[in-house]
Every structure is written in C-alpha cells, then in structure tokens.
Design a binder for this molecule. Structure first.
Ligand SMILES: Nc1ncnc2c1ncn2[C@@H]1O[C@H](COP(=O)(O)OP(=O)(O)OP(=O)(O)O)[C@@H](O)[C@H]1O
Ligand SMILES: [Mg+2]
Length: 251
C-alpha cells in the first residue's frame, strides 16, 4: 500500500521568484492490487506526483509511506532497493533502439545483477509471451508498432517482479487500437500478478477502461477522489464534471 501524506512540492530556485507549488498538500492511499488513476490537465502536477513516488523527485514537505515504511528520504542502497519494487512506464516507451525486444526486457537483469543468465532470458521470453509478443523477441523497436513497443516496455517493467507499476501517460502517444491493446495488457497484468498500478492520464476514457479508483488533480491540489463508479456517476467537483464533458471548465 502506498500512502501519500500531505505531499507538497515546489521547484523554487535561488535568486528567482518563488514558483507556484506543483503539488499542494496531496494525501491519498493506493490500496494493494488496485488500479488507481490520477487525472488532470497538462501542468496539474501528475508527473511530479509519480516522480515523488519513485524518488526521482523529493517532496518539499510531507511523507510517502509504502507498506508501513517511510521512504521519503531513502538514499543510496536503500533507495535503489526501494526503486526496484516500483517499475515505471512512460509515454515515450524508453526502449533501447539498438537492442532487440528480448534484450530490452533483459535489461533490468543486467542493470541489477551485471549479467543476464539463461534463466533470465527464459523469464524474459515468458514475459514477452504474456504481453502477446513472443514472436517479436528478435525485433528492434523501430520494427514495432507503438502499441507493441509499449507492451515490450510493460514486459520489461515486470522483469524484476515489481510490487508497483507507475504508468505516466502510457497510452498518450498511441492511436485508439494500440491504446486498447496496451490497456488490455495492463488490465491482464493487474489481474494475473496482483501488481498495484498507479495510472497517470489526462483521459477519462483510460480511467474508465482500467481504473478502479481515481483522484482528480487541479493545479497541484487533489479536488476529488473515490471509486471510478462513484466519481463517474456523481462527480462533485466542477473540474471533474468538465473532464467528464459535463458542465463548464472552471479552473
Ligand atoms: N523540474 C522542474 N523544474 C521546475 N518546474 C517544474 C519541474 N517539473 C515540473 N515543474 C512544474 O510543475 C508543474 C507540474 O508539472 P507536471 O509535469 O507534474 O505536470 P503534468 O500534470 O504531468 O503535465 P502534463 O500532462 O503536461 O504531463 C508545472 O507548472 C511545471 O512547470
Ligand atoms: Mg506529465
């Protein structure tokens, strides 16, 4: 379980006027096994929030507690071992262009252990099979469609058996058919492995398609959170209504 407790983040730099906070007193809990959506328009603070969860950024104040452990200030080996439990998928896929799909999926083993064993390769092939790409093991990223490339990225994210997967606009660069294939894969992975997912998106359709719970972020503040059923059937905040295409934009 991931708990964000009163997280604020500002990017103030010395000698410059104070910037507006990217996150303002955000508290939320992501239960184990959940697919939790965070939705908001561009600049709302979504990426900053996921970057705080995997310690690429440190919050200015507040705590991040994972399975009872305060991870906010972890450094060195402790932060590396925490990061290994938390995999990340981005909009740009992040695949190595000079490596095959299989080599990309094996990369986390190389990074973690300095080598890739035969067992690692077998496991990577199983993961490619799980995302429906067993036949693409030898293909290079340039030979894959966007949806296939993202599914390779999902297989790679699963390599070290993470407890959490953070997806930052994982489908934003994709056409509708590829988006559907990636969302199907994420849904299936969640069901088969019980991995907990934090899904960052600006699309209500993505939330509706795979999320169980959702939080709405507006200019760094959480304005509404609840189950997707609740929030979609009875949105409380004007921004949520606007994102759902009901009512005017009031930001
Ligand atoms: N490294 C940084 N330095 C300074 N400001 C930053 C930095 N990263 C983000 N910000 C600011 O924080 C705010 C939130 O940015 P963030 O990238 O988290 O938004 P987002 O919701 O992910 O937007 P998008 O949908 O466009 O990806 C923005 O005002 C942005 O300019
Ligand atoms: Mg972003």
């Amino acid at each position: 379980m991931i708990s964000l407790e009163h997280i604020s983040k500002s990017f103030d730099a010395p000698g410059r006027a104070p910037a507006e906070h990217a996150l303002r007193d955000v508290s939320l809990t992501i239960p184990d096994g959940d697919v939790f959506g965070i939705i908001g328009i561009s600049g709302a603070g979504k990426s900053t929030l996921v970057r705080c969860v995997n310690l690429l950024e440190r919050p200015t104040s507040g705590r991040i507690v994972v399975d009872g452990q305060d991870v906010t200030d972890l450094q060195g080996a402790a932060s590396r071992s925490y990061r290994r439990r938390v995999a990340m998928i981005f909009q740009g896929f992040g695949l190595l262009a000079q490596k095959t799909a299989l080599q990309n999926v094996c990369f986390p083993f190389l990074a973690a252990n300095g080598r890739v064993t035969e067992a690692d390769r077998r496991h990577a092939l199983e993961l490619l099979d799980r995302v429906g790409l067993a036949d693409k093991a030898g293909a290079y990223p340039s030979q894959l469609s966007g949806g296939q490339a993202q599914r390779v990225a999902i297989a790679r994210a699963l390599a070290l058996d993470p407890e959490y997967i953070l997806c930052d606009e994982a489908t934003s660069a994709l056409d509708p058919a590829s988006t559907a294939s990636v969302l199907d894969t994420l849904r299936q992975v969640n069901q088969e492995t019980d991995v907990t997912m934090l899904v960052i998106t600006h699309s209500m359709d993505v939330v509706k398609s795979i999320c169980k719970d959702v939080a709405v972020l507006v200019r760094g503040k959480l304005v509404e959170t609840g189950s997707v059923d609740e929030v979609f059937s009875n949105p409380q905040d004007p921004t949520t209504r606007a994102l759902l295409g009901r009512g005017d934009w009031h930001e």
